[in-house]
Ligand binder design. Structure first.
Ligand code: AMP
Ligand code: MG
Length: 400
């Protein structure tokens, strides 16, 4: 009897558990300019109030409400951003510009559009003012001691800007995960080489190498591995000092399974049959203690299994807690009448607010994914009539 297929969430849970069991613990300090995509190793705690002092949200005039009687006020100082003001002289106002510190004694800023400069240069305000108007209070953004970013946060442009605003020139990040990429298959040749009968160009290599770099991994490109046990053993043994061996191909049923064989000899191997389409077979094992993930070789299968399983695994190794890509329900622009026994990830996009998919969903067709903006998730056992809700995972969510 056939064993039931493993649900995607079970495979993910196992991978995440194994990732958490072998976290990358080494850290390094990296300048902000080089920290994009890295994972914060320690909580970032503010040592500043931000802003450090109340400042003006407008170009206008700072004044003390109690001084406002309706009569024009003389201007006692001009304060630009970057200047340190004098306390506000009683019965006067201060010309002030956006971002400039509000002088001690002032309790509001009146915008210049509501001010009329008199012939004698005193300023009349045509709008009544109220306390705190147009003042950004000290500590509005953060207070000393606030945890601004938690360890395990992935650093993108916004997080880096936040760190810069708190005065950090560099951050402590988790060291890069070192991932060796292996493409298996006698039929593979690299682009640039002539294509002989029976051969195809290796597309998974560049797919994974470029994708891994976006995930802040250090990529060890281990090239193409022929379908041969001895060469597989030798190639694996040559991969020193890596945190993960990531291979594609050679995991389909009925195939001469050289990777699996080598793992069985020198480590452990689990062969999973997943309820996922494209991409049913997946290998997880160890070679001399180094974790190995073997993805299916068909390009669309490689893409989907990397996006949904290997990517979260790699992020969790780096200590990232939130590894679930943002996804949202959208109305299906199609009907689905034959329920599948695998969860299907259709390469699709949104057209007029409805999810539609590329006409050819073969796992060998990478153009489906190039055409697509996301993965439309159709759960196992499910049928759909047009307009029912389906989950949509934008590719932009998983590609970085
Ligand atoms: P396999 O899992 O080795 O049986 O491969 C499944 C299918 O994916 C076969 O048609 C292979 O030729 C193809 N394939 C495997 N690896 C690659 C690769 N690196 N680039 C492009 N196609 C591949
Ligand atoms: Mg193969």
């Amino acid at each position: 009897m056939n064993k039931p297929l493993m649900p995607v969430e079970d495979a993910l849970a196992r991978l995440l558990e194994m990732a958490a069991a072998s976290p990358i613990v080494e850290r390094e300090r990296v300048a902000l300019a080089h920290a994009e995509g890295r994972v914060l190793a320690v909580d970032l705690v503010s040592t500043l109030d931000l802003p450090p002092w109340p400042n003006s949200a407008m170009d206008g005039y700072a004044l003390r409400i109690a001084d406002w009687t309706g009569e024009p006020l003389p201007v006692s100082q001009r304060i630009f951003a970057g200047q340190a003001p004098e306390p506000l002289a009683p019965g006067t106002c201060a010309r002030i510009f956006t971002g400039a510190p509000v002088p001690e004694g002032a309790d509001c800023v009146e915008m210049q559009e509501n001010a009329v400069v008199q012939a004698d240069e005193r300023v009349a305000f045509i709008e009544p003012v109220h306390a705190g108007q147009n003042i950004r209070p000290q500590g509005q953004e953060t207070r000393i001691g606030d945890k601004v970013l938690a360890a395990g946060t992935r650093l993108g442009p916004i997080e880096l800007a936040l760190a810069a605003s708190l005065g950090h020139p560099s951050l402590d990040v988790v060291r890069r995960v070192r991932v060796a990429v292996l493409s298996t298959g006698d039929e593979l040749v690299e682009p640039g080489q002539p294509l002989e009968a029976g051969q195809i160009y290796n597309s998974n290599r560049v797919l994974l190498c470029s994708w891994l770099k976006r995930l802040a991994c250090e990529v060890i490109d281990a090239g193409i591995l022929p379908d041969n046990l001895e060469k597989t053993r030798t190639a694996l043994a040559a991969l020193n000092d890596v945190d993960l061996i990531l291979s594609t191909g050679g995991v389909s049923v009925g195939e001469a399974d050289f990777l699996g064989h080598a793992l069985r000899e020198e480590g452990q191997l689990a062969l999973w049959k997943l309820a996922i389409k494209p991409g049913k077979p997946l290998t997880f094992g160890h070679f001399r203690g180094v974790p190995v993930i073997g993805l299916p070789g068909n390009p669309a299968s490689t893409l989907v299994t990397f996006a949904l399983l290997a990517r979260p695994y790699l992020l969790r190794r780096q200590g990232v807690q939130d590894v679930t890509p943002l996804q949202f329900p959208v109305p299906a622009g199609f009907s689905w009448t034959r329920p599948g026994n695998r969860r299907e990830y259709l390469r699709g996009r949104l057209e007029q607010g409805r999810a539609v998919f590329y006409k050819n969903q073969s796992s060998g067709v990478l153009r489906s994914a190039a055409w697509a903006d996301g993965l439309i998730e159709v759960r196992e056992g499910r049928t759909l009539v047009e307009g029912e809700w389906v989950n949509f995972i934008p590719l932009s969510e998983v590609l970085g």
